[in-house]
Design a protein. Sequence first.
Length: 84
Amino acid sequence: MRAGPARPRSHPPRSRPPGYGSSLSPREHQVAGLLTAGATNQRIAEALSLSPRTVENHVAKVLKKLGTGRKRVAAVYSAGPDCG
């Protein structure tokens, strides 16, 4: 059992480092570039030395950030990689 009031924290809680928000990360740019060339998830995984599951996650994030589907990613990405 603790005696007395709780001690205040000596430092603020750590916050997450700022992310990329709606912009593509460097890895997502790599994935988007390969998607525009028509690469499959398996081919992207091989090219970037990643697991297919990791590539699935990157592809999903790229498509969401660009606001498009896989068939139109080339048109959207070539219009400006951070549009979306």
